[in-house]
Design a protein around this ligand. Structure first.
Ligand SMILES: [Ca+2]
Length: 201
């Protein structure tokens, strides 16, 4: 019986049985020409659980580049930004973060481009607001050049740093942890620093 079943399932006439009604609906979809070939790809965002989401990047039903057909785990988006943003230059920006979570507002995003036949993270942007001190900090990393810019808005402090980290596959994003150059730079803004520079609050 088993052999007969396998033969039937792998015969040329068999079709996969897909229950489309059982699939989750994306909560956002954008069209973007990620590889610049003149045909848009379709990027969709799904909720997986309370920590992660899934972003799929697929060819359109009408054709396009069938090599671009993949799914990626991304952090769940609890920020007040849409998850997916089609940038005018054909790159995809994926947003996440947490709005009004404890002491901070946090917003992070990565810029994704199609390079060397894979979706690659080429940029990372982080902004957080310390609600206790009403202070805003940001770290922006360009993984193509290794340049990182860290800004403390309210005291007009800008630091230009560098990282050896270069662009990496979007499949490695996972929980989207902060680039080391940013987390190291942020150590300066500890409570002592905050009290010194925001002492009137
Ligand atoms: Ca395309």
């Amino acid at each position: 019986m088993l052999v007969a079943g396998l033969t039937l399932a792998t015969s040329a006439q068999s079709q996969p049985i897909i229950d489309f009604d059982a699939m989750p609906e994306p909560y956002q979809t954008v069209e973007i020409d990620l590889d610049g070939d003149g045909t848009s790809e379709v990027a969709s965002a799904f909720t997986l659980n309370d920590r992660f989401g899934i972003v799929t990047i697929r060819p359109p039903e009408t054709g396009g580049n069938w090599n671009i057909d993949a799914a990626f785990v991304v952090p769940i988006n609890l920020s007040d930004f849409d998850t997916l943003e089609a940038l005018p230059n054909g790159n995809l920006r994926i947003h996440w973060g947490c709005f009004a979570c404890g002491r901070t507002h946090n917003h992070r995003s990565v810029t994704v481009d199609w390079r060397d036949d894979i979706a690659q993270v080429i940029g990372y942007d982080d902004t957080y607001a310390d609600r206790l001190f009403a202070a805003v900090f940001s770290c922006s990393v360009n993984f193509l050049t290794g340049d990182a810019i860290v800004v403390a808005d309210d005291i007009d402090e800008t630091r230009e740093l560098a990282t050896d980290t270069r662009s990496y596959p979007l499949s490695d994003l996972g929980d989207g942890h902060l680039p080391q150059v940013c987390s190291t730079a942020y150590e300066r803004y500890n409570d002592d620093f905050m009290h010194e520079h925001f002492s009137d609050q």
